[in-house]
Unconditional design. Structure first.
Length: 436
């Protein structure tokens, strides 16, 4: 007898290939499978029965259909969700830090009648330079100790370093100005700067802002009437006392905290370039103030925005690192981020100069130098900005004491220093390894 012919079931008339329709419906799930067995489990969970498989899809069993689907759909694995941005700027914190950077300048408005003569002014300047240099180095070392050993380690560093810095800066002011009200003001200035450094390192910006309320109130009164010397002196002493008490309380809490972790003690020399940069930045700011005090006011008011832009650059650089597939592509994106952030900062300085009625060019050069140097320091690249800013400060100081016109000398020194620092930032921060 002849063998009976097997009849093959014809496909439904409403679809050319039902498996293609099934693949289109389940494409997202099938594309992410790494084995046909995953597709089989998917079909089974979808409620597909053996009868449907043989009658509708003309396949003998579930696994054959799963293998067919797995072969038809290309593999496609979705990108993992983006990680949270660790450098997203904290707008409120940057605004608070901007206020506490700017408000101390009101103390000089309130206390302008408490010192007399060039000796007192020179003592204040020397004391401020010593305090800036010391506190920059101390803050860096405290941050290192905070990262390595927790708040308790940072608190112990600040407990010793802050009083030592205040004493040294006060003695420097006394040696230059001699005994008198100028030396007393320098001592108060030194104590305040040391206390402010402690509070900023330990994240107590709100407490620092509250300590500045007496000075802010007194400076506001100066706009309407000149307060008597005893009242001005009392407000200044109140601010210094509150700042010192707040700093002592913050250090005590930090030392008593239970966040101490095992970690190697960083070498003192690691903080040296930060102190040198603080000295150079102080010299540049003092020379700018001697030429036009309004430029220092504008620069001080811009510090909060400058810090916000430092975070913004790191955020943009991280996004560029994730989006780039080649080293050259990342270098171009990082360069654009640098140009965007530096340009935004200079635009704010230029606008501030126009409002204050001062010539913007020297201030723009100084702002470019300081912001780019701070950016490099944020990536632990400290010696290059220290050396460049020291060279610029030495050149400007030489020109100042030689009696050269301040405008051209400042412009040349600051433009050259800014160009060197921007070139260094493009080269050093244009490498992907600098951001990992």
């Amino acid at each position: 007898m002849p063998r009976p012919r097997l009849r093959t079931r014809s496909r439904p008339s409403w679809a050319e290939d039902p498996i293609d329709e099934l693949a289109e419906r389940l494409v997202e799930q099938v594309a992410t499978a790494v084995h046909p067995y995953e597709v089989a489990a998917l079909l089974e969970s979808d409620g597909l029965t053996g009868e449907q498989i043989t009658e509708r899809y003309a396949r003998p069993d579930l696994f054959t259909l799963a293998e067919d689907l797995y072969a038809r759909v290309p593999r496609h694995y979705p990108e993992p969700p983006p990680a949270p941005d660790p450098w997203r700027p904290d707008h409120l914190r940057c605004a608070l830090r901007g206020l506490v950077f700017a408000l101390p300048g009101l103390a000089y408005v309130l206390g302008a009648g408490l010192w007399h003569g060039t000796a007192d002014v020179s003592g204040l300047i020397v004391s401020a330079l010593a305090a800036w240099a010391w506190n920059q180095a101390l803050s860096h070392r405290a941050y290192l100790r905070l990262a390595a050993g927790g708040k308790a380690a940072a608190g112990r560093t600040l407990r010793i370093g802050a009083p030592a810095g205040a004493l040294g800066a006060a003695v420097a002011g006394l040696l230059v100005s001699g005994p008198g009200t100028g030396a007393a003001f320098a001592a108060g200035q030194s104590c305040y700067l040391a206390a402010a450094s402690v509070l900023l390192v330990l994240g107590r910006e709100r407490a620092l802002l509250l300590t500045l309320l007496p000075v802010a109130a007194g400076a506001g009164a100066v706009l309407m009437w000149q307060p008597p010397a005893p009242l001005a002196l009392g407000l200044l002493l109140a601010t210094v006392t509150l700042a010192v008490l707040a700093a002592g309380h913050a250090v005590r809490d930090a030392v008593r905290s239970e966040t101490t972790a095992a970690g190697a003690t960083p070498r003192v020399l690691r903080s040296l370039p930060y102190g040198l940069f603080g000295l150079a930045a102080g010299v540049l700011a003092a020379l700018a103030g001697a030429d036009d005090p309004r430029s220092v006011v504008v620069l001080t008011l811009s510090m909060g925005f400058a810090e916000w832009l430092l975070y913004r650059y790191r955020s943009l650089a991280l996004a560029a690192l994730r989006a780039s597939t080649t080293s050259r592509g990342f270098t171009l994106r990082a360069g654009r981020a640098l140009a965007y952030c530096l340009g935004a900062y200079l635009a704010v300085l230029g606008l501030g100069s126009l409002v204050a009625g001062t010539w913007p060019a020297p201030l723009l050069g100084l702002g470019a130098v300081l912001w780019t140097a701070l950016l490099l320091q944020a990536f632990s690249l400290a010696w290059t900005p220290a050396a460049v800013t020291l060279a610029a400060a030495a050149a400007e100081a030489t020109a100042h004491f030689a009696g050269l016109p301040p405008g051209p000398a400042q412009l040349i020194c600051r433009t050259a220093a800014a160009a060197v620092l921007v070139a260094a930032a493009c080269r050093l921060l244009g490498r992907p390894t600098a951001h990992r």
